[in-house]
Every structure is written in C-alpha cells, then in structure tokens.
Design a protein around this ligand. Structure first.
Ligand SMILES: Cc1ncc(COP(=O)(O)O)c(C=O)c1O
Length: 397
C-alpha cells in the first residue's frame, strides 16, 4: 500500500506500513517471537549499538511486529513516530520519566484515571516531580497554577469518569506559551474519534488495553509524538525501565485496529440510545454523555470529537446504595473495570478505579459516591437496555 496516498482512516487501520509481498504473501503480519537478533559479524553489531546502522539488536529495544504497530498508530494519530509499552501505565510513566527531570512540575486534569493519580503521587514522593490537578474546563485556569518549573500539561479528555472535556486547541496553545510539553491521554476516544495532534498537542498516549485492543484480552500502552520526543522516551524509559510490549500483544492490537472504526461506530450508536433511555428514567438523577444536548460542553464535543463514543457515566437517585443495587443485579452487562471492549462493562468508580483518591478530593472532582460508569459494548442494544432496566427495578425505595 502506498502510505503517501491520502487514504481513509479505516483503510490505513487495516493496511498502513505492511506489505504481504515482503512476507511470503502472508495476509497478516508474522509474530517475531524472539528475544534477540543475530548479527552477521562484529562490525554489524557494533554499528547497530552505535546507532549507525538500522536493524534490530534485542527485543527490549525494538522488534519487527511491535515496530509495525508503532508505525501504524503513528499513522492513525497523524504523528511522526510511535512507541509501544507493556501497559497503559507503562506508557504514562514512560512519558513522565522520559520527558521530565526531578524538580519539574505537572499541571493535570482532575478526576484522572486512578492509576495515573497513584503514579503521580509516587513520582512526587520518590522522584520529586510535583503536580497540581485542576478542572481544565476553563483552560485559562491553567495560567493561575503555572510555576517556573511547570514542564508538562497533562490532560484526559473526556476525563475519567466525569466526562468533562478539555479544549485541545487552547491547552496546546497555553503549553507552547509557557514552554511545557502537552500530553493527552486519548484512551476514551481512540484516534478514530479524536486526534489531539491535529490541535497542536505534542504527545498522545493510550491504554491500548481499551478500544484499540477492543476484545478484553490484552494489556498494552502506546505513545505517539515527534521523532525527537519518541526517541528520547525510547532511549530513557523504555530501554532502562523496560515496560516492553510482547510481539504477540502487538499482533493482537494490529488485529484490533482493523475493526476499530466499525466497532466505534456501533459503540457510539448504542451508547446514544442507552443515554437517551437513562435520561428519561425516573430513577436516574443525571446522565453524563457528550452526545446528549444536556451535556454542558456539547458544542466543544462536536468540535473536537468525531462522535461521542461508547462511555456513559450516570448517577442514580438514591446515591451509593442505588448504585450497588443496580450493579449487583446486571446480567448481560459485566461488573468489571476496564472499558472499550466488545462486552459491555459496568463499574463503580468510587469502590474500584478511583478508590485511591481521597473522598474530599473526589467530590471536588465530581466523582460522587453514586456515580456509575458504563462502557457500552457490541451486544444488541435492546438486550442491554432490558438488562439495565431490570437491574434498576432492584433499587430499594
Ligand atoms: C484513561 C486511562 N488511562 C490509562 C489507563 C492505564 O492503562 P492500563 O490498565 O493498560 O495500564 C487506564 C486504565 O484503565 C485508563 O482508563
């Protein structure tokens, strides 16, 4: 396939960077399951170590199946380069450790994924990288928290799990103005629905465990950005910290990417129907879904997201106990953390993904005790609505 031709997203997600002609006609890429690579002679080994010759050395430093995935995600996000990790947290930590120094400061969105929050705590305690988390729905707030040491603006949009959005163009501009690197965790959207680099963001990362894998069978992380930033991350945090992606996992993700566009079209279509059903239900207090006109940042959602995606957060009347009553009675929806799978997953952030955040901080962020997060899967939407409906009937008055 000619990568320089202007092709559509789905075509690139299936073909970019791979030619079957170079692999005995194999329609799918081979899995190079090897730890090390053989040199033809000492000079070749020396030249590769010295960075004077292209080629593989050892799979922690790079391998062919993983490289194909790195190139494909870079193409889909519109980036110069990409890099793969053994988990989304491997990606988050590699970006922070790779691009920052001890003494630097990060400004991040509040209500981040709980694991990222715990990591920032660790980076602060052990490595003296400080952070301030703020509500970035008004990007001008960022300037109030800038310090001479602020070197990174870190955002999730939509933010997990409150679904608040951040204006990508504005935060990219502020980061440039203050000389900081802008980073967006694009896990909730995937490159099919949102491409932050097009708005001037420097680095995009993913928990590829979610929509990119799509089938709930792999833990993985991906990062894209400029050649320079990706090379820095590769030579520091990937090489020395070592959260490497296995070749088979790269192959699973390449397979997942092939259906990303159709999956997300269907996730979105079903989520829209479920959000509308929940919104009219008398036992539901509020529904937070960027596709609803009641969503406070509806216009921004339409501007920077191709579609509102498959995640809905909602609050039941009756708070915590009502949430527990519903979650304990779903039958088709699976009571599990994670998101972006073909299976519908439902979870309670306060007891699960966001339990590490102190209650007072959670409440300020909008993560209330009764908040429920639903990752709408690819089952028949009428079956999902019937399942949620029967579970809601268990709420005690
Ligand atoms: C938004 C977001 N970022 C990062 C992560 C971490 O990814 P992983 O679980 O693949 O390490 C998650 C996991 O749930 C997430 O939801």
């Amino acid at each position: 396939m000619e990568d320089n031709v202007k092709l559509g997203f789905a075509t690139k997600a299936i073909h970019a960077g791979y030619s079957s002609k170079e692999h005995y006609g194999s329609l799918n890429p081979p899995i190079y399951q090897t730890s090390t690579f053989v040199f033809n002679n000492v000079e070749e080994g020396r030249a590769r170590f010295a960075g004077e010759q292209e080629g593989y050395i050892y799979s922690r430093l790079g391998s062919p199946t993983v490289k194909l995935l790195e190139e494909r995600i870079a193409t889909l996000e519109g980036a110069e380069a990409g890099i793969a990790f053994g988990s989304g947290m491997g990606a988050v930590s590699a970006v922070v450790f790779g691009l920052l120094q001890s003494g630097d400061h990060i400004i991040g969105t509040d209500a981040l994924y709980g694991g990222t929050y715990s990591f920032l705590e660790l980076a602060k305690e052990k490595f003296n990288i400080d952070y301030t988390l703020i509500d970035m729905t008004n990007p001008d707030e960022i300037k109030k928290h800038v310090r001479p040491t602020t070197k990174m603006i870190y955002a999730e949009t939509p933010v997990n799990p409150t679904m608040k959005l951040v204006d990508l163009e504005k935060i990219a501009a502020i980061a440039k103005e203050i000389g900081a690197v802008s980073v967006v965790d694009n896990t909730f959207m995937s490159p099919y629905l949102q491409r932050p680099l097009e708005y001037g963001i420097d680095i995009v990362l993913h928990s590829a465990t979610k929509y990119i894998g799509g089938h709930g069978d792999v833990i993985a992380g991906l990062v894209v950005g400029s050649k320079e930033n990706i090379a820095t991350i590769r030579h520091t945090s990937l090489k020395s910290v070592g959260s490497v992606m296995a070749p088979f996992d790269a192959w699973l993700l390449l397979r997942g990417l092939k259906t990303l566009a159709v999956r997300l079209d269907r996730h979105t279509e079903s989520a829209m129907k479920i959000a509308k059903y929940l919104e009219q239900h008398p036992k539901v207090e509020k529904v937070i879904y960027p596709g609803l006109e009641s969503f406070p940042q509806y216009e921004l959602a339409k501007r920077q997201m191709k579609a509102p995606g498959g995640l809905i957060s909602f609050e039941l009347k009756g708070g915590l106990q009502a949430g527990i009553d519903v979650l304990d009675h779903v039958q088709i929806c699976q009571l599990a953390v994670s998101l972006g799978d073909v299976d519908t997953l439902i979870q309670h952030p306060v007891s699960m993904t966001h339990a590490s955040i102190p209650r007072e901080e959670r409440l300020v962020m909008g993560i209330t005790d009764g908040l429920v997060r639903l990752s709408v899967g690819l089952e028949d939407v009428d079956d999902l609505i019937a399942d949620i409906d029967q579970a809601i009937s268990y709420i005690k008055e």
